[in-house]
Design a protein around this ligand. Structure first.
Ligand SMILES: [Zn+2]
Length: 178
């Protein structure tokens, strides 16, 4: 199980090809139009308008169709997500998220600016208490590393979440998780 923190989806407004180099090379209003273009392009790749990287046509498989601007968000396993939610003040201190009680809501949403504010507060107070020190468990063959995370995990994750929330705010989306 895992939890993804992501900006809310917007209605589909069109389809966009972004070249391997990042140039937006073509836009279509309908899926059929975009799909038709891709079929033709795949048969005979060429350098798209605006693209200056001559290697791009050699990577047609990397081109994607997007439904408006889209952000993949950040996926965390349940244990890490629980700690992040707690650090963000989105789980009450009395709850023990490690128990994964069925009544704990693992799905939620918050205005992007509010979410970003919580991330910045959490970054400012440096929640090292949420870090877990792992211990090595010698085993046959591989050494197992269990129950821990590398130092600084929470701060790094908060920084990544700040980027997601910032994107959501700029695109007038809501921050969701679930
Ligand atoms: Zn290109």
């Amino acid at each position: 199980m895992s939890v993804t923190f992501f900006p809310s989806q917007s209605p589909v407004v069109g389809y966009r090809f972004e070249c391997h180099c990042g140039v937006v090379a073509a836009e279509f209003e309908t899926y059929e139009g975009a799909h038709g273009f891709l079929s033709i392009y795949k048969d005979d790749p060429y350098q798209l308008d605006g693209c200056t990287d001559e290697l791009c046509p050699m990577y047609p498989q990397i081109m994607n169709v997007y439904a408006d601007a889209h952000h993949e968000g950040l996926n965390l396993n349940n244990e890490n997500a629980a700690d992040i939610l707690r650090v963000l003040g989105l789980i009450e201190p009395g709850q023990d998220p490690a128990l994964f009680k069925p009544e704990v809501q693992w799905v939620g949403e918050l205005a992007a600016s509010d979410f970003l504010g919580r991330v910045m507060v959490a970054q400012a107070i440096s929640p090292e208490s949420a870090e877990k020190i792992g211990h090595e468990k010698p085993g046959r063959g591989a050494t197992m590393f269990e129950g821990g995370r590398e130092a600084g995990y929470i701060q790094r994750t908060l920084s990544q979440l700040a980027d997601v929330a910032d994107w959501a705010a700029k695109h007038e989306r809501t921050m969701c998780w679930g």
